[in-house]
Design a protein around this ligand. Structure first.
Ligand code: NAD
Ligand code: DAU
Length: 333
């Protein structure tokens, strides 16, 4: 039996991780710490018997106390939305950098383990005609305040490993989709637009490519890294969807939901063009493979399941919808 401390466990990926942990590892004890920002929702953990603490990962005393009780800390908490980081970068510096530093110091004091959850965006972007994929050796070149603070947090983890012998692993994953994702993000925004009778919104031309992965495939990889990953190592996670652009995704959502069409809106400033992950190391060394795959876009089954979830959970997304759309409308998006 392990005790897992899950930071950001009331957010999108963290809460899915907790649900998967309860199902697949029922003997584990799970502690969740979450600040419950606009992106966190206690209801995401309904039905799970976790020990929940509402708190900030920048609170050194709290983190020392909670990390001290865990065998491993799985660190999901972050400010996660690029568009928000362009408006106000400050919370990104606080949570992603100072918060990760605070956790590292607690783990260093207690000598237990950390898994740090990071993103493919630390590598920057590829041009649309560049067929390369990011490997674990690709140099960091982040574009936005969000990705720069995530890159900084990865550097902090590696420095603590090298300088203090911290026992830590890092994973860098591509764009997730699935249940419980905040409706500010691309896929749930379009699904809930259609459900609310509004037109889906595509930034710019929609040629940008994101290497989409279902959240359960991401979290299965995290569990595998917890079980078999080697301390000090980094693992890329991606489901080989780097041939699917935003236009194709929005068209597929419209098709699956029988919606008449979408509109083009103002592009994101500094919009990253293409992400593509090479997850060979994870596949070959740890034996991971994604389950949500199909021959057409690699996303049809996962999107169907996700659309169904938003259709049956209107009470979950409806209260935030108007405010989210008002924020986008103010920016012509
Ligand atoms: P999210 O925004 O849905 O959830 C973040 C959670 O962290 C929320 O519950 C929020 O309340 C909590 N939080 C924020 N600041 C906090 C603080 N100071 N103290 C405690 N809790 C705090 O994010 P997500 O999409 O679930 O992403 C989770 C992690 O995965 C992040 O580290 C993100 O960088 C990484 N990631 C996300 C994606 C993706 O596609 N969403 C892809 C790769 C990596
Ligand atoms: O790559 C991993 C990253 O994926 C994570 O690290 C981030 O936490 C996560 O938010 C996500 O970042 P993106 O900026 O790629 O995701 P987002 O859902 O905001 O946008 C996906 C793409 O869709 C992007 O090219 C912008 C576009 N978009 C977005 C929105 C909200 C639209 O075309 N229309 C929209 O309404």
């Amino acid at each position: 039996m392990r005790t897992l401390l899950v930071t950001g466990g009331a957010g999108f990926i963290g809460s899915n991780f907790v649900h998967m942990t309860r199902e697949r590892y029922p003997e584990d004890h799970v502690i969740v710490v979450d600040k419950l920002t606009y992106a966190g929702n206690r209801a995401n953990l309904a039905g799970t018997d976790v020990e929940f603490f509402e708190g900030d990962i920048c609170d050194a005393a709290l983190m020392d106390r909670l990390v001290g009780r865990a065998d491993v800390t799985v660190h999901f908490a972050a400010e996660s939305h690029n568009d928000n980081s362009l408006r106000d970068p400050r919370p990104f510096v606080d949570t992603n950098l100072v918060g990760t530093f605070t956790i590292l110091e607690a783990v260093r004091r207690h000598g237990n383990r950390l898994h740090h959850v990071s993103t493919d965006e630390v590598f920057g972007d590829l041009s649309l005609d560049d067929p390369k994929r990011f490997t674990e050796e690709t140099p960091y070149n982040p574009s936005s305040p969000y990705s720069a603070t995530k890159a900084g947090s990865d550097h902090l983890v590696r420095a603590w490993v090298r300088s203090f012998g911290l026992r830590a692993t890092i994973s860098n994953c591509s764009n997730n989709y699935g249940p419980y994702q905040h409706i500010e993000k691309f896929i749930p925004r379009q699904i809930t637009n259609i459900l609310a009778g509004q037109t889906p919104k595509l930034y710019g031309t929609g040629e940008q490519v994101r290497d989409w992965i279902h959240v359960d495939d991401h979290n299965a990889a995290v569990h595998l890294i917890l079980e078999r990953g080697r301390d000090g190592e980094t693992y890329n996670i991606g489901a080989d969807n780097d041939h699917v652009n935003n236009k194709a995704v929005i068209e597929l959502i419209c098709e699956l939901m029988d919606a008449p069409g979408y509109e083009h809106v103002a592009d994101r400033p500094g919009h990253d063009q293409r992400y593509a992950m090479d997850s060979t190391k994870l596949r070959e060394q740890l034996g991971w493979a994604p389950e949500y795959t199909d021959t057409q876009t690699g996303m049809r089954a996962g999107l169907d399941q996700t659309i169904d979830w938003y259709r049956t959970h209107e009470d979950w997304w409806r209260p935030a919808k108007q405010q989210v759309e008002q924020g986008y409308a103010e920016r012509g998006q």
